[in-house]
Design a protein around this ligand. Structure first.
Ligand SMILES: C[S@@+](CC[C@H](N)C(=O)[O-])C[C@H]1O[C@@H](n2cnc3c(N)ncnc32)[C@H](O)[C@@H]1O
Length: 199
């Protein structure tokens, strides 16, 4: 598996596929272990890098991951098979906002897809969260552009950064959840239901 992970890191660099920073996935893997997370939902598979690493924390973890880009979806399937994880990782080829997961429940939901849609992802998928579950979102700093008011950034970058700023406000104002913003990698938010604040 180690070799496949290294190959994936190379592939991501060569083909410009955004994958999670090492520090962030290390934090999430530790979190999974510490909180005995067993069922994971990931929004944004890319080539399967973070999904494979999350599922590899323990042999009884299952993971559903959603990807809308066909090339990446096929690449993820290939990588998951190479790691022998095809029985534990289900890859759904669909736009996450159209996915139907009725009847499912997850202990951890990892949001790592289109940055402009984080509020929609949170609102849709929080219904699938177990009572003690956690929602983690990546790229909360958006490469240092969140909170950056300089004029050097492009219109598109500013628009995405604004969406993430809106998401942060949404999380802060969401009384049902308590959110911690962590300065790890590109920034992670960790949201747990407010009655479980001891986490
Ligand atoms: C940052 S990458 C995911 C990286 C991956 N989690 C990792 O760290 O290895 C985001 C992925 O989300 C996918 N994506 C974006 N919006 C989506 C949506 N609405 N539904 C499904 N996939 C989406 C993109 O095609 C892209 O491959």
């Amino acid at each position: 598996m180690k070799e496949t992970i290294l190959e994936m890191e190379k592939y991501a660099e060569e083909y410009n596929v955004p994958i999670i920073e090492k520090e962030s996935i290390a934090f999430i893997m530790k979190y999974i272990k510490l909180h005995n997370v067993k069922r994971i939902l990931e929004i944004g598979t890319a080539i399967g890098y973070s999904g494979i690493l999350m599922a590899s924390v323990a042999p009884d973890i299952t993971l559903t991951t959603i990807e809308r880009d066909e090339k990446r979806y096929l690449e993820a399937l290939k990588n998951i098979k190479k790691c022998g994880l095809e029985k534990r990782i289900e890859v759904v080829f669909q736009d996450a906002l159209e996915a139907n997961l009725i009847g499912r429940e997850y202990d951890l939901i990892f949001i790592d897809a289109a940055k402009g849609q984080y509020i929609k992802f949170f609102e849709k998928f929080s219904h699938y969260l177990s009572p003690n579950g956690t929602i983690i979102s990546d790229n909360i700093k958006f490469h240092g552009l969140v909170g950056n008011t300089s004029e050097d950034i492009t219109k598109n970058q500013r628009s995405i950064a604004s969406k993430i700023e809106e998401y942060i406000e949404f999380l802060k104002n969401n009384k049902e959840y308590t959110t911690k913003l962590l300065d790890i990698g590109d920034g992670l938010s960790v949201s747990t239901r407010s009655e479980n604040e001891t986490r």
